[in-house]
Design a protein around this ligand. Structure first.
Ligand code: SF4
Length: 492
């Protein structure tokens, strides 16, 4: 199918909704729309951040996943206890590819799994004593850890354990920060509330630690990278560009980040916010309390990188403005060569996305740099302010889906027939079995980085390698029967 008109996309949504009972149809209809760039506020066209419908296949995560898996987990020199049963911690460990520098088990702990491994007796008698004991064991085994966070799983909130009291006591005894995070999975409608809770815990237990301490020697060019989790080295690619333009990156939140960097962040001049969804809360807090402005940026693809470098430079003097131009010029030959090589192989190809955080809108420019078009996009856990930004980035008449169900996504794909799908691990094998090229866009399918100019070269290579792989023409979905088979069966 070629590009759909607005009317055709509307008809497609109506057709897909038809299978639902009346009440479910009414609810899901609010989450599916056709883009219209003239609309100023997305709440007029799409509903988001509402509970998923029981019985439909959502791919959302829980609040614990948002806090431990996204915000706190990558802080490398702290130990993050998954407090509760073993499973939540195991499934949130090592999946996100938050790269870091350090010696694991000595001064960095990002890929290690710490859990209080709740059993029935802990549910009956409470887990406070166990938590205190674990913290002492951690101190004995890993004395170089700079702090501990307690990431609550569901049972902790249900049985009412006082993790705040245990943490305060342990903090005094161990003489290091111990942060309780009330991110029990059942809170809120998705991992999104976990991000907010995690930000609030940083605000309350970390950020004010150096208030009134003026020993840090600042420069006029101090910035922090906020909301980059260093997936496959993303923050490193971004940091290179910022430093080359003359800025000093004081802290990275939270990929390859440290507790000390977080404590120093209130001293910077500007917060650079990449993942708006997960860290707009703490950026707003720093603006209110410390007067630090923040600016969103997008380091996917040369067009958006150049726009963002200039936008960031706009907050500084001519030294940095010239630095931004120098960086854009320095990498021009590199990104032009990437485009020259891959654009002829990707031109005109159509992409459907379904991811979380910032990616459903931020990667659109990178695809466009390669001559590709995003014809459908949606978020797992966005709020309306994410869609406000998305409707301006997407072409008119493209399909937008919020918290799309497995059924809806498959039906949309069957009708739109994209050349490539970018979504998560839960969707990957379904669409690959359907014979559709697929990239896992949460952790870059074991590749990356995708941020910055270095990342763009890898992004372009990966899209080409996936889309133009000859395997797709040689496979057939296992559920599509051989047309000759029924006749043979009948003859037998
Ligand atoms: S919802 Fe609760 S039990 Fe499930 S993974 Fe999240 S914290 Fe664990």
């Amino acid at each position: 199918m070629t590009n759909l008109t607005r009317e055709e996309t509307e008809a497609l949504i109506a057709e897909v909704l038809e299978i639902y009972p009346e009440k479910a149809k009414k609810d899901r209809a609010k989450h599916l729309t056709v883009n219209d760039q003239s609309i100023e506020q997305s709440k007029k066209c799409i509903t988001s951040n509402r509970k998923s419908l029981p019985g439909v296949m959502t791919v959302r995560g829980c609040a614990y996943a948002g806090s431990k898996g996204v915000v706190w987990g990558p802080i490398k020199d702290m130990i993050h206890i998954s407090h509760g049963p073993v499973g939540c911690g195991q499934y949130s460990r090592a999946g996100r590819r938050n790269y870091y520098v350090g010696t694991t088990g000595i001064n960095t702990f990002g890929t290690m799994n710490f859990t209080s491994d709740f059993q029935e007796k802990d549910i009956v008698f409470g887990g406070d004593k166990k938590l205190a004991k674990i913290m002492n064991e951690i101190e004995g085994l890993f004395p170089l850890a700079k702090g501990i966070s307690v990431q609550s799983e569901c049972p902790i909130g249900l049985i009412g354990d006082d993790i705040e009291a245990v943490s305060k006591k342990a903090s005094k005894e161990l003489n290091k920060p111990v942060v309780p995070v009330r991110c029990e999975g059942f809170r809120g409608v998705s991992q999104s509330l976990g991000h907010h809770i995690a930000n609030d815990a940083i605000r309350d237990w970390v950020l004010d630690k150096r208030d009134g301490d003026n020993s840090f020697v600042g420069t006029p060019y101090d910035v922090s990278i906020i909301g980059d989790y260093n997936i496959g080295g993303d923050a490193w690619s971004s940091r290179t560009l910022l430093e080359e333009m003359g800025l000093r990156v004081v802290s990275q939140w939270s990929g390859d980040g440290t507790l000390a960097e977080m404590e120093l962040t209130p001293k910077v001049k500007l917060n650079l916010l990449h993942c708006y969804r997960s860290m707009n809360y703490i950026s707003r807090h720093m603006e209110e309390k410390y007067g630090i402005p923040w600016v969103e940026y997008n380091f996917f693809g040369p067009t958006k990188i150049a726009e963002s470098l200039r936008k960031i430079a706009g907050y500084f003097d001519d030294t940095i403005k010239e630095g931004a131009e120098r960086v854009i010029e320095r990498y021009k030959a590199q990104y032009d060569a990437v485009i020259a090589k891959y654009r002829p192989r990707l031109e005109g190809k159509r992409v459907m996305l379904y991811v979380g955080g910032l990616r459903p809108r931020h990667v659109i420019g990178a695809y466009e740099d390669l001559g590709m078009e995003v014809v459908g996009t949606g978020y797992e856990f966005a709020h309306n302010d994410d869609y406000d930004r998305t409707i301006k980035d997407m072409g008119n008449a493209t399909l937008i889906y919020d918290d799309v169900t497995g059924y809806e996504f498959e039906e949309f794909v069957k009708k739109v027939k994209p050349d490539l799908i970018g979504a998560g691990i839960k969707e990957k094998y379904i669409f690959q079995k359907m014979g559709i090229p697929f990239r896992q866009m949460h952790s870059w399918d074991y590749s990356g980085p995708y941020h910055g100019y270095d990342g763009f070269a890898i992004f372009a290579r990966d899209m080409d390698m996936t889309l133009n792989n000859p395997c797709w023409g040689k496979m057939k979905a296992p559920w599509i029967k051989d047309e000759a088979a029924p006749a043979i069966a009948a003859a037998a």
